[in-house]
Each structure stands twice: as C-alpha cells, then as structure tokens.
Design a protein around this ligand. Structure first.
Ligand code: HEC
Ligand code: HEC
Length: 223
C-alpha cells in the first residue's frame, strides 16, 4: 500500500514502522489516538500537513492524495479487540439494523440505503468504542464523501444531501431521499455546509447498551 511505503520512509524514524512509537524517541503511539475526543480523519490530515508547532512533529509538503493515503494507513494500523468485543446477540442485532439503520446503510448481504457509508467490515476498520461514538454522536466525526450540505439553485430549489464530489464546475450529492444529483456551479446560488450529520442521534433511550452490543455483533458478522 502506497500509504505504508510513505509512512515507512517519512514517519517510521519517529513513530516506528508499526506506528506504535519507539522507546528512544518521544513520539506518540499513533494507534491509540483514534478513540480520543476530537480525533478524526480531518484532525490527522491537518496534523500531518501542518505538523505540531513547538514539537519535533514536522509539517509535510505532500499532496492531498498522499496525506489521505497516510491517514488511511494509520487507521489500518489499529488493532481492534478480537471477537470477544462482539459478544452481543447478532440475531437481535440484525432485526435492530433493519429497523433503525438499513434506511441509510448496507451491511454485508443486508439490503439498505446509500445515504450513509456501507458498514460491511466496519468492525475491522474501527474500534468498538469509536463505533459507539459514531452512533451516539454522529456529528462528532463525519467522513469525507458524507458531509452534509444544502444547495440552493438559481430557480429557488433547495436540496439537502451528502456531498460526494466537487470541482470548479460542478458538484454531486446523494440527496436525503437517496438519489444522485449533479449541479453545475453556474446554476447554484448558494452552498451551505451543515455542521450536523444527516444521521440521527441514537441516545440510550433509542438504543440501550445491550442493543448497541447486539448491533455491533451483527455488524461484526458482516464482513
Ligand atoms: C522527527 C520526528 C517525527 C517525524 C518524522 C514524524 N512525527 Fe508525527 N509526531 C512526532 C511527535 C513528537 C509528535 C507529538 C507532538 C506533540 O503532541 O507535542 C507527533 C505527533 C503526530 C500525530 C498526532 C498524534 C496524536 O496523538 O494526536 C500524528 C497523527 C503524527 N504525528 C503523524 C505523523 C506522520 C504521518 C508522519 C510522517 C509523514 C510523522 N508523524 C512524522 C514526531 C514525528
Ligand atoms: C437517515 C440516515 C441514517 C440512519 C437511519 C443511520 N445512519 Fe449511520 N450514517 C449516516 C450518514 C449520512 C453517515 C455519514 C456521516 C456521519 O458519519 O455522521 C453515517 C455514519 C455512520 C457510521 C460511521 C461510519 C464510518 O465509516 O466511520 C456508523 C458506524 C453508523 N453510521 C452506524 C449507524 C447505525 C448502527 C445505525 C442504526 C442504529 C445508523 N447508522 C443509522 C446516515 C444514517
């Protein structure tokens, strides 16, 4: 993986080839940062680009693509709890998924919507705590490709959805009713970037801890 090669060349001298740090150098274990408040892909991207002033963590002049590859590589270094972390009732999880989540997500063979990312194999990419956080506080960390926006067109139409792509001339959304729409910038009056995820918050009252464990067990079985 290109991100891995870059990491070994540019970062391993301080953070170790496995990202877990080197005893003789005071650089953090990068596998532990993900669960921390405020740490998301954007944060990591910015740290790599800008460095950390006042520390030996240097800024890096890579292109955006390289930095995103590094971010993905660092995410892939995380060791998740084994199957023991997913001991809920997967059968009940499947039912809860169909009722609460499938409107916007797919998982494995389960049919579902496309407003949110596919959750197939998600328990291999993200730690259980981080998943719980995404379900309890969806706005805390919003993936690229799923950022919410409202587009107002010159003819007075207003469309909300998640931003898939944008360039100098056009942008593409998956709208709230889950259709793909493309807009020419010339016909767009205003684009508002929304702070709140289009995913609803699931509080304790909506899904208690046992139900969350069941959902995670179901997702773990859908790789
Ligand atoms: C010269 C040593 C050095 C190099 C090279 C280096 N880092 Fe760091 N890095 C550090 C140190 C030290 C910190 C902690 C700084 C602080 O918080 O005061 C850090 C912090 C970080 C953090 C934030 C960790 C957290 O818990 O918030 C990330 C992410 C990171 N580095 C990624 C990288 C990547 C990716 C590269 C290569 C492109 C890289 N670093 C290269 C020394 C280095
Ligand atoms: C109305 C649509 C909608 C519903 C219903 C919904 N989600 Fe989401 N979900 C999203 C969107 C949009 C995102 C991407 C933005 C974000 O991260 O908040 C997302 C993101 C996520 C993520 C983060 C994925 C990642 O790659 O990091 C997880 C985990 C998740 N949802 C789980 C669930 C679960 C479990 C349920 C059911 C209990 C659920 N979602 C219900 C729309 C929805």
């Amino acid at each position: 993986m290109a991100g891995g090669a870059l990491f070994r060349a540019q970062c391993a001298t301080c953070h170790g080839a496995d990202g877990k740090g080197i005893l003789s150098i005071d650089a953090p274990d990068l596998t532990l940062m993900w669960g921390r408040d405020g740490v998301n892909d954007e944060y990591v991207f910015n740290v790599v680009r800008d460095g950390i002033p006042g520390s030996i963590m240097p800024p890096h002049g890579f292109g955006e693509t390289e930095i995103w590859m590094l971010v993905a590589f660092m995410a892939s270094l995380v060791e998740f709890g084994g199957d023991a972390d997913f001991m809920g009732d997967a059968g009940n999880g499947r039912r809860l998924f169909a009722e609460n989540c499938a409107e916007c997500h797919r998982a494995g063979e389960e049919a579902g919507g496309v407003l949110g990312p596919s959750l197939t194999g998600i328990t291999l990419r993200r730690a259980p705590d981080a998943l719980v956080q995404s379900i309890r506080e969806p706005s805390g960390r919003i993936e690229r490709g799923f950022r919410p926006v409202t587009v107002e067109t010159g003819i007075g139409e207003s469309v909300t959805g998640v931003l898939k792509n944008e360039d100098a001339f056009s942008l593409q959304l998956v709208t709230e009713d889950q259709s793909l729409r493309a807009f020419h910038r010339i016909g767009v009056r205003q684009i508002t970037r929304l702070g709140e995820s289009l995913m609803p918050v699931f509080s304790e009252a909506d899904l208690d801890a046992d139900e969350l464990a069941d959902l995670l067990a179901f997702l773990h079985g859908n790789q």
